[in-house]
Design a protein around this ligand. Structure first.
Ligand SMILES: Nc1ccn([C@@H]2O[C@H](COP(=O)(O)OP(=O)(O)OP(=O)(O)O)[C@@H](O)[C@H]2O)c(=O)n1
Ligand SMILES: C[C@](O)(CO)[C@H](O)COP(=O)(O)O
Length: 249
């Protein structure tokens, strides 16, 4: 797929033709790919999945949805060349804005926010390690974020939850009432997310909705029935490979 500055490619399923109407002009996308993949044991994001490096799956899918010049990829500090070369090889001329990440996920997100050439609108923060997230999920969340200021995808917890005493003995049962396992993309009002990070620039939250919560901004959780695996351990890659064949956009 070749990207050009003024011809945008519709995602398969909607239309096979070039289209200028698919992007959301108020939407910036930050793909965080700046991690060190310690639990995986090596840079998972450059591994090929279905013929494309892992981190480029969401880039390819989300580029046509973002406002022109508003898709940022945050690469690991010191690892930019490998990521740029991979993008140039697999998605020539894709209009990606590149920036270097930080030591923690939140630092990488802040670097991404600083690289967005918009003052207002909405922003989707997405883990490059989640290659299956769909454009329709992004659109649903974007719509909700415009209404309520923040929307994140997730799945209600269905297993019974136990707390252990640390030594393997059960210390109690935790109610799963109202509990969700949350994912990315997480979509927010851009000015609010910037303000939320400015209020807590050093704290390492595990997701961006946590930063919004700490700053007192409301967010909604939206049920995502689709598979949205995050590659964290090597076994996740094997799982993903099993799910991937046949899946397109
Ligand atoms: N300093 C960091 C840490 C994480 N991420 C990104 O955030 C997403 C989710 O993080 P995860 O994959 O769990 O983090 P890693 O740091 O890569 O893995 P680990 O914690 O095992 O080292 C990934 O796309 C990862 O590249 C990032 O951009 N910058
Ligand atoms: C943001 C996230 O993907 C939501 O599930 C997750 O919290 C990232 O966590 P990690 O600590 O980087 O694995």
């Amino acid at each position: 797929m070749r990207f050009t500055a003024n011809a945008r490619i519709c995602r398969p399923g909607r239309s096979a033709e070039l289209c200028a109407d698919c992007c959301m002009d108020d939407l910036a996308v930050v793909i965080v790919a700046g991690g060190s993949a310690r639990r995986f044991g090596g840079n998972k994001l450059l591994l090929e999945l279905d013929g494309l490096p892992l981190f480029l799956h969401c880039v390819r899918r989300f580029l046509p949805a973002a406002a022109p010049g508003c898709l940022v990829v945050v690469h690991p500090r010191g690892g930019g060349d490998e990521f740029r070369l991979a993008a140039e090889r697999f998605l020539p001329d894709a209009p990606i804005v590149w920036t270097a990440g930080g030591a923690f996920r939140c630092a990488s997100v802040q670097a991404g926010l600083a690289a967005i050439p918009l003052r207002e609108g909405i922003v989707a923060i997405h883990d490059a390690a989640r290659p299956l997230a769909s454009v329709s999920l992004l659109e649903t969340l974007a719509e909700e974020a415009r209404r309520s200021g923040g929307a994140i995808p997730g799945k209600p917890v269905t297993d019974t939850l136990k707390r252990s005493d640390g030594g393997g003995m059960i210390a109690g049962t935790v109610s799963r009432e109202g509990l969700w396992r949350v994912e990315t993309p997480q979509v927010f009002d851009l000015s609010r997310l910037r303000a939320a990070y400015a209020a807590n620039p050093e704290v390492d939250f595990t997701d961006d909705a946590g930063v919004m919560e700490a700053a007192g901004f409301p967010c909604r959780v939206v049920h995502n029935p689709e598979e949205n695996i995050k590659v964290t351990y090597p076994g996740d890659m094997a799982l993903l490979n099993r799910h991937f064949p046949g899946r397109r956009q």
